[in-house]
Design a binder for this molecule. Structure first.
Ligand SMILES: Cc1ncc(COP(=O)(O)O)c(C=O)c1O
Length: 402
């Protein structure tokens, strides 16, 4: 069967592929340690689930307006206002079936055939595919490794062409955990403003931050209006509130752009699932309870980050990594084991086969020298996983320590 040009270059999600393989091997009885997943291991906080159950019982099960129920758009605007100390406008909020859909809405509306979209690299694996679905060209822009890959205006300048429409930036980053400082973000945003490039700022991990205790990563709405050109903020409930399966994301931008994003969504999926919207209205609207629940999860992620960085240093001293300052991933070099597999895919397949530890090859994020390990799992599992990796790479076999 011949498929359309729309999907001619489409690659299925590499992260979902590894996770599915790990689950399949586990069902077959293999002892698997899955460090590939991109989701918190916590349950959704009780007050959020209760709100949804109450909503279902009260008959809140019908279609909603496409950009979301008014109470949810208001709760999201209030959440942004609280977070950034601004007056966010509910008309700028479009809720969706996950941040992934919000990204799709934004890129599909901003870029089309013959356009280019710059993608900060290493990137979340879906960005280039979404750009290609819009029949645009992803242009990969990699910052210096010394800066943990964060981009500067000169990196952007060297990649810009007449056709550049947008830049997708992710801070805190999946897969590296790097976090832009406010000054770094300002420099990037002002460059975008000056070059008529829309900044699509994916801040879905903003709350999972290991800087100041109780703090959060800087975001685009921290910048003065004068430092911003055109921009779309992407966020959602999945990561901070442990709500991956509810499928609830949002974008925030000018009301004018929001109308276009909503029009696109109206012809694709309509509004997000109504019970999920009720749940999210409580997650974003219930300030104190939400802060307490998120704070508890971030404390656990911080402890696990410290554990993983310490164990990797002790047990795998030959590898270098980007020290995560947010999100819940460690991006570590796998090209440092002499005689080992030549690329990250081979390394990760070998590792899964040899040790039962599932990680995601860096090639799926635009850097074949690395692999990504998620630390969204228990301390015991993390310790077991890292010990297994260390004993396998040091035992000889397919890989010997360099
Ligand atoms: C950087 C980034 N953006 C967006 C998403 C999508 O989130 P959602 O589950 O809300 O679609 C993910 C999920 O892994 C992600 O890592």
């Amino acid at each position: 069967m011949e498929f359309s040009a729309n999907i001619a270059r489409l690659q299925p999600s590499a992260t979902i592929a590894v996770s599915s393989l790990a689950k399949k091997l586990r069902r077959e009885g293999r002892d698997i340690i899955d460090l590939s997943a991109g989701e918190p291991d916590f349950d959704t906080p009780g007050f959020i689930s209760e709100a949804a159950i109450g909503g279902i019982r009260a008959g809140r099960t019908r279609y909603t307006p496409v950009p979301g129920m008014p109470e949810l758009r208001e709760a999201v605007a209030a959440f942004l206002s609280r977070t950034f100390g601004i007056e966010a406008d509910p008309e700028g909020v479009v809720t969706s079936n996950g941040a992934k859909q919000s990204l799709f809405n934004a890129i599909f509306c901003l870029a089309g055939p013959d356009d280019e979209v710059m993608v900060a690299t290493p990137y979340w694996t879906s960005y280039p595919e979404i750009v290609k679905l819009a029949r645009s060209e992803p242009v990969f822009v990699k910052g210096s490794e010394d800066m943990d890959f964060r981009l500067t205006p000169s990196d952007l300048e060297s990649a810009r062409t007449e056709r550049t429409r947008a830049l997708i930036l992710c801070s805190p980053s999946n897969p590296t955990g790097t976090v832009y400082s406010l000054d770094e973000l300002r420099a990037v945003s002002e460059w975008c403003r000056d070059n008529d490039v829309t900044l699509v700022s994916d801040e879905i991990y903003r709350a999972i931050y290991f800087g100041d205790e109780g703090g959060r990563a800087p975001g685009i709405l921290d910048l003065p209006e004068a430092s911003r050109g055109s921009w779309v903020l992407i966020d959602g409930a999945s990561k901070a509130f442990a709500m991956t399966g509810w499928r609830l994301g949002f974008s925030y931008t000018s009301p004018e752009v929001a109308k276009k994003l909503s029009a696109l969504q109206s012809q694709m999926t309509s509004g997000a699932s109504t019970p999920s919207q009720v749940a999210a209205a409580s997650a974003f609207g219930d300030g104190d309870e939400a802060d307490a629940a998120v704070g508890e999860m971030v404390t656990a992620f911080r402890r696990r980050r410290d554990l993983v960085v310490r164990l990797m240093g002790e047990l795998l001293p030959e590898t270098s990594l980007v020290e995560p300052r947010g999100a819940f991933y460690v991006f570590f070099r796998v090209d440092c084991f002499e005689g080992g597999p030549s690329g990250s895919s081979e390394f990760c397949s070998w590792l899964l086969d040899e040790t039962g530890v599932a990680t995601v090859p860096g090639v799926a994020f635009g850097d074949d020298r690395y692999a990504r390990m998620s630390f969204a799992t228990s301390d015991e599992i993390l310790e077991d996983g890292i010990r297994r990796i260390a004993s396998a790479v040091h035992a000889g076999g397919a890989v010997s320590a360099g």
